[in-house]
Ligand binder design. Structure first.
Ligand code: ITT
Length: 192
């Protein structure tokens, strides 16, 4: 079995990815690896932030690892919150405040087209590899559901009538940006 450190402090991401991975790989979240740092995300694009996170953890552990950075891109907001998704309403990273801000900004428009984009950076045997997953959908006018995290209560993926926050993790994984990027990552690893 291969082990891979997952460079994230977000337990929801760990749970989603763990539910996708078979027995061939053991994912080690930062907490389990004994690492408690706040990983920097200083760049203006997902790829560079994903690289920064993976490189930071690789330098600390010297182990094979991967990171992912995700953004919600809303057409009416010209791609915002995008790379700023975690801190859209301020540095305190408040899911509810971020949702309130988005709903307020879309208050007067019927153009509610959006997508989640995930970029994964894998560092395997000291080489870097990138994978990307997209999930198209629309932003609702009010919140629906309490599952998941982040913007899940206001996002309905194309092909469903339900928000991510009303879905089980398995249902969300059928549509999700993260699932698509992670599937590429593990297909790549299995092919090595
Ligand atoms: P790490 O950097 O430690 O991995 P994070 O929470 O900072 O965790 P990101 O920067 O990748 O993660 O994500 C930015 C934000 O985008 C995140 O805080 C959520 O608000 C939102 N987000 C990411 N994935 C999401 C998903 O699947 N559903 C809903 N919102 C999501």
């Amino acid at each position: 079995m291969y082990t891979l450190v997952f460079a994230t402090n977000n337990q929801h991401k760990v749970d989603e990815i763990q539910s996708l991975v078979g027995n061939d790989f053991k994912i080690i979240p930062l907490k389990e690896a004994g690492i408690t740092i706040d990983i920097p995300e200083p760049h203006d694009n997902l790829k560079d932030n994903a690289a920064e996170k993976a490189r930071t953890i690789h330098a600390l552990t010297q182990k094979n690892c991967f990171s992912e950075d995700t953004g919600l891109e809303i057409d009416f907001l010209k791609g915002a919150p995008g790379v700023k998704s975690a801190r859209y309403a301020g540095e305190h990273r408040d899911f509810q405040a971020n949702i309130d801000k988005v709903l307020h900004e879309l208050n007067n428009t019927t153009n509610r087209v959006a997508r989640f984009r995930t970029v994964i950076c894998l560092i395997w045997e000291n080489k870097e590899y990138y994978f990307e997953g997209l999930c198209s959908g629309t932003i609702t006018t009010e919140m629906h559901g309490e599952k998941g995290f982040g913007y899940d209560p206001i996002f309905i993926p194309t092909g469903s009538t339900k928000s991510f926050a009303t879905m089980t993790m398995e249902e969300k994984n059928i549509f999700s940006h993260r699932q698509k990027a992670v599937t590429q990552l593990f297909t790549f690893l299995k092919g090595l």
